[in-house]
Design a protein around this ligand. Structure first.
Ligand code: MG
Ligand code: MG
Length: 261
């Protein structure tokens, strides 16, 4: 069971989430033809440190960078380096930070220059699948409702969802219980309660759902080498509904979690 956060803890979570989001904004602007994924990693580290936070992925289980940069058929966990981005590529940018002991974790897949209509459609559908999952983050729902909503949205449009990697609880650790799969039946798994924070992160493939990890031990690619997209938000379950932590608190009244601040 994910630990329920108090109101003041949620405020810190939100600050961490906003640092990740503003860093992703800077990276999206910098992801132009000719830029290398290593350039993006340096920008990410500078942005996080300038904001007074620490990179969460650097040295996490030995990962060697601040940013996961996953190009085209790469699903997640791409290692930044000398690879130059080219017009028409899509690049998944996945980033975490820790601020005052609380973690932020978010991802988006962005276009490098002009991309194909097929790639645009994959990005749009993955973003929508994430939003469908976020909508389930309400008291009384269950973790399985999130994955079911993500899977239903993606598969209705002819895509597949990755099984090997899942979303997760988030808080004073980058990865906490519960696991949040992007597939499966509704009405199952843990019950959602106010104060839970979940990182929801659909990975949607243009072709089949199978993935494999390359010889570097990190980079996951689609087995059929077709495109993959990844979007992620950290979301708090509140009495009123979901709060995407990088956005302003969206409800007029404070939820019950504010009472035990
Ligand atoms: Mg992430
Ligand atoms: Mg995550």
């Amino acid at each position: 069971m994910s630990i329920q956060k108090s109101w003041s803890e949620l405020q810190t979570m939100a600050r961490a989430a906003r640092i990740v989001m503003s860093t992703l904004d800077a990276l999206e602007a910098a992801a132009v033809p000719g830029a290398t994924t290593g350039d993006l990693d340096r920008i990410a580290r500078e942005s996080i440190e300038k904001a007074g936070a620490r990179p969460a992925f650097l040295n996490y289980r030995g990962f060697p960078a601040t940013l996961c940069a996953s190009v085209n058929e790469e699903v997640v966990h791409g290692i930044p380096g000398p690879r130059e981005l080219r017009e028409g590529d899509i690049v998944g940018l996945d980033l975490g930070c820790v601020l005052d002991g609380f973690f932020g974790d978010s991802a988006r897949t962005v276009a490098v220059g002009k991309i194909s209509a097929e790639a645009e459609e994959l990005l749009r559908t993955t973003r929508e699948a994430l939003q469908a999952g976020v909508e389930m983050c309400r008291p009384g729902r269950r973790v399985g409702d999130i994955g079911h909503a993500v899977q239903a949205h993606a598969e209705a449009r002819g895509y597949s969802v990755v099984r090997e990697f899942v979303g997760h609880g988030i808080g004073t650790n980058l990865h906490e219980e519960p696991q949040v799969p992007n597939y499966g039946p509704p009405g199952r798994r843990e019950r959602l309660v106010p104060g839970m924070c979940l990182a929801i992160e659909p990975m949607v493939n243009a072709g089949g759902p199978e993935v494999e990890v390359l010889a570097d031990g990190w980079t996951a690619v689609t087995r059929d080498r077709r495109l993959s997209a990844h979007f992620e938000f950290a979301v708090a379950v509140t009495e009123h509904g979901p709060w995407i932590l990088s956005e302003p608190y969206p409800y007029a009244a404070l939820g019950a979690e504010a009472a035990n601040a």
